[in-house]
Ligand binder design. Structure first.
Ligand SMILES: [Cu+2]
Length: 124
């Protein structure tokens, strides 16, 4: 009986160690992917604004655009660039070719401040 308990204990330890190592290697892979990735453009949305009044990116560079809903449910559109992000499509790789100033706004009716939920994207 003692031997059975002991074996179970060993198996549990091995399983625990396995899970731990798997987590570590997954995290390392994630970190490697992040450090390899190029520039990012992150919009953080809350009720009822984006985290910055304007965002800047460089023209001709591939940028990972992402939307994080910190509060409430929002979706965004960069007007004239055909970039739309929402709860299903949270990020997209976009190369902004044309320098200029583009309007960014929320396209999901999210509440009383929805119409004012705007920002700007400056492509330099
Ligand atoms: Cu909205």
């Amino acid at each position: 009986m003692k031997w059975i308990m002991f074996s179970l204990f060993i198996v549990a330890c091995l399983l625990g160690a396995g899970v731990l190592f798997q987590n570590i290697s997954e995290r390392q892979a994630e970190m490697a992917a992040e450090s390899k990735a190029g520039p990012t453009l992150k919009f953080v949305a809350s009720n009822f604004q984006f985290d910055k009044p304007e965002y800047t990116v460089k023209a001709g560079e591939k940028v990972t655009v992402s939307l994080q809903n910190k509060e409430g449910l929002h979706a965004l559109e960069i007007v004239g660039l055909n970039v739309k992000l929402d709860g299903n499509t949270k990020s997209a790789d976009v190369t902004f070719d044309k320098p200029g100033t583009y309007e960014v706004h929320c396209v999901l009716p999210c509440g009383p401040g929805h119409a004012e939920m705007k920002s700007k994207l400056i492509v330099q």
